[in-house]
Write a protein of this length. Structure first.
Length: 767
């Protein structure tokens, strides 16, 4: 144990020296509205200094085949300064003395965790002891059946041959704290992390005696017998589960700090997806309020989302965590999307782009592999160049503040109580469609938690509500204050029509802002019972006003409407059509006198056979797009036609154009970045000291919407214009990927330059 303490002292010395020579001067010198530690560099805790992580997720067979010497060389090659090492929970990788703490047969008395911990500290590398604390084997279950989750019939919940532990029982209250204490006392890791810390998900109700007693004591009610979102007790059960996860977070931190010191933190892993977090009862905002560092278990993209999802994850979590804290993410080097191939190398371009996308959004890289021995040696090739580049350019990749004038609002309550069991349709599709439109337009944006609108309002010229159906009275009031103070608003679908519990209001909570009112007495839209289109959309359209086909080229007929005026700029680009494909349904609304309707609804009509494909009701007064301008200059675009959801579903360019036009109109062109050039790119703009950092991801590739990538496709050139803050001169521009100085032109407070080509990404620094 003496050698281990010497290794730890070496780690502390080495990381302090590294911080003093590179990262720490930037930490203490960057102006940051969220607040920056003003301590000397050497005094900053380890979790503010470790920026490149690595993890071998140890299998039960690894104790007999773990070549620590080779992996130490790999840590060095990849510039890794923090490692996540399996310690305990389901499996103990050290000679534990805690009863029923299972040790694999291949361990054979070896102290694998201790050996790895000592090696890392000798190499100046921090150690996060990884726990996995939600399951146990049959022996454990038979010894303590009352520690495990059971269903309504009394049967234990299982995952394969393991039994799922109850979040309210002694397993979490006593057993896991005893393991944390043992590991902290014996090995002194810098901290603890756990990717399975939150127990059963939302789709399963535990009826064990521990849960029954805890829920009864807290609420006075019995545990609900079934899922029922309209039941008050079920709603209380949801809230109670969220609170319990925070109790576990706090208990584990008290335990590790008591055993390992004030900086020995516990930081359970979290998803970057609000939907996933809600399904696991993890309140990301309240977790970020507690976390010193946020460890993200968000390993790969889906076909629906694309690489931009990982950049967005970084912006979303930092919006709550603060940009002066770190948020490393587990980035799988194996094929981590279904179907999983745990021991096969992920295609290099796919893994590389996911890593770079996270870095662009403010995430710190963390290579992740399963098993310490692989026959597919390609696994070892992808992370090294990315982490080396990160090391070289680290000063520009941390301690920076994003610049964006567009905020897009979200909340977990909207996912839970409005999305309920259909969050993919009601929440995720509108969000994806709106953010995809913003990316397509190269408009920087930031996610904004609905409870933080008042705090963050000054950053934005426009806020967007992408079908944020569930809003509390206070959240609606914060939007109203934002508009009254001169901010503009864009909202879609059913935004604010439901309260915080998902109950429908008599009218929109923001009806006065929208200039539109829901007609409560109306029954749901009475549409013909026609089959949906192949992509789950309806065969509906929007009619643009005023209609212009009388002046368009093409066949004419006698009853074409007279042209009554000019179209609004939101309808720019549609000069040769009076209708747009829609795909959704709409209910009637009443519209205030000061509001203007730009498009109305055309109900369904048959698509098949083709002879029947003619409009039965070609025109209605049901509004699809409504705008109004207020006396203080605020602009409001309310689009009850959920074009964002339809764009997320169908990817039609007409939908994107309408959304982009509405965003630009509400923003009054107050946008800090303009990029011209062909290609699908994702642009992230940051302020750092007296400089700007523009990180551009190339999303134009052979598998933009279907992973994995087979090859990268270069795009460019791009003409870039950035609005200069008052303290940025802007005369010098350099690239961090192509490593070239770039000619810059200054004009009327903007800097202009050209990016000749981008293969995977480019980072431009303006000073």
């Amino acid at each position: 144990m003496k050698k281990h303490h010497e290794g730890r002292r070496k780690f502390l010395k080495n990381t302090s020296l590294a911080a003093a020579t590179l990262a720490i001067p930037d930490i203490v010198s960057v102006a940051n509205p969220y607040g920056v530690d003003n301590k000397s560099p050497d005094a900053l805790p380890w979790y503010k200094r470790v920026t490149r992580w690595g993890q071998v997720n140890i299998t039960e067979k690894d104790p007999s085949q773990y070549d620590i010497g080779w992996w130490r060389k790999f840590w060095k090659r990849t510039q890794t300064n923090g490692v996540i090492v399996n310690a305990g929970g389901i499996v103990a990788y050290y000679p534990t003395r805690i009863p029923l703490h299972y040790q694999p047969e291949y361990l054979q008395g070896r102290d694998l965790f201790g050996d790895l911990c000592k090696a890392a500290h000798e190499d100046g590398i921090a150690v996060f002891a990884r726990m996995d604390s939600n399951r146990a084997n049959e022996e454990f279950y038979k010894a303590h059946p009352d520690w495990f989750a059971i269903d309504a019939s009394g049967k234990p919940y299982r995952a394969g041959d393991l039994y799922i532990t109850c979040i309210n029982g002694p397993y979490y209250n006593e057993h896991i704290p005893s393991i944390l204490t043992e590991i902290a006392t014996l090995y002194h890791p810098e901290g603890f992390t756990d990717n399975s810390w939150s127990g059963l998900g939302r789709d399963s109700i535990c009826y064990c005696n521990n849960c029954k007693k805890s829920f009864k004591d807290k609420t006075g009610n019995d545990i609900p017998q079934a899922k029922n979102w309209d039941d008050r007790v079920y709603r209380e059960w949801i809230k109670w589960n969220y609170d319990r996860r925070l109790e576990i977070w706090d208990l584990n931190n008290r335990t590790t700090k008591a055993a390992g010191g004030v900086d020995c933190i516990w930081s359970g892993m979290n998803s970057g997806s609000p939907g996933d977090q809600s399904r696991s009862f993890r309140d990301l905002k309240r977790i970020c309020d507690r976390a010193e560092i946020l460890m993200l278990d968000h390993q790969a993209r889906s076909d629906a989302g694309g690489f931009q999802d990982n950049s967005e994850t970084g912006k979303l979590v930092h919006g709550m965590l603060g940009w002066n804290k770190l948020a490393p993410e587990s980035m799988a080097q194996y094929q981590a999307s279904r179907p999983w191939f745990r021991l096969a190398s992920k295609p290099a371009a796919e893994a590389r782009m996911w890593m770079l996308a996270g870095i662009a959004g403010g995430i710190q890289p963390w290579w992740h592999m399963i098993s310490a021995y692989h026959e597919d040696r390609r696994l070892y090739k992808t992370a090294e160049p990315v982490l080396k580049w990160h090391k070289t350019n680290e000063e520009y990749l941390i301690n920076r503040e994003p610049i964006a004038t567009v905020g897009i609002v979200w909340s977990p309550q909207n996912v839970d109580f409005y999305g309920r069991d259909n969050a993919q349709e009601l929440i995720e599709l509108p969000w994806r469609g709106m953010t995809h439109a913003l990316i397509k337009a190269r408009i920087p944006y930031l996610p904004v938690h609905a409870d933080d609108i008042d705090r963050d309002a000054k950053k934005f010229s426009v806020l967007i509500l992408p079908n944020v159906g569930s809003m509390s009275n206070e959240q609606s009031a914060s939007i109203r204050r934002f508009v009254e103070n001169g901010g503009s608003l864009m909202a879609t679908g059913s935004s604010s029509l439901y309260d915080e519990w998902g109950d429908m209001r008599n009218d929109f909570g923001l009806a006065d802002v929208f200039g539109a009112h829901f007609i409560k007495q109306q029954s749901p839209t009475d549409q013909p019972q026609l089959p949906k289109l192949a992509n789950d959309a309806y065969h509906t359209y929007l009619r643009l006003t005023p209609e212009l086909r009388r002046q368009m080229d093409g066949p004419h007929k006698a009853d074409e409407p007279m042209i009554t005026g000019h179209r609004h700029e939101i309808l720019t680009g549609f000069e040769e059509t009076d209708t747009l494909p829609y795909g959704g349904l709409l209910d009637p609304l009443t519209v205030d006198a000061h509001a203007q309707v730009l498009a109305t609804f055309i109900p369904q009509f048959p698509t098949y056979p083709p002879e029947k494909a003619w409009m039965r009701e070609p025109k209605t007064n049901i509004p699809g797009v409504i705008i109004n301008e207020r006396a203080n200059g605020s602009r409001v675009a309310f689009i009850p036609a959920d074009i964002d959801r339809q764009f997320g579903r169908m990817n039609l360019p007409d939908h994107a154009q309408l959304l982009i036009n509405a965003i630009k109109w509400t923003a009054k062109d107050n946008l800090p970045l303009k990029v011209e050039g062909t290609g699908f790119i994702d642009c992230h703009l940051y302020k750092q000291r007296n400089s700007l950092v523009l990180h551009i991801l190339n999303l134009t590739n052979s598998a933009t919407w279907r992973q994995p990538i087979h090859e990268l496709i270069s795009v460019g050139p791009f003409k870039v214009k950035i609005k200069l803050p008052s303290d940025v001169i802007g005369r010098n521009v350099k690239s961090l990927v192509s490593n070239q100085s770039v000619k810059a032109n200054l004009a009327k407070g903007w800097v202009e330059f050209e990016v000749k080509s981008i293969l995977d990404h480019e980072v431009m620094v303006v000073e």
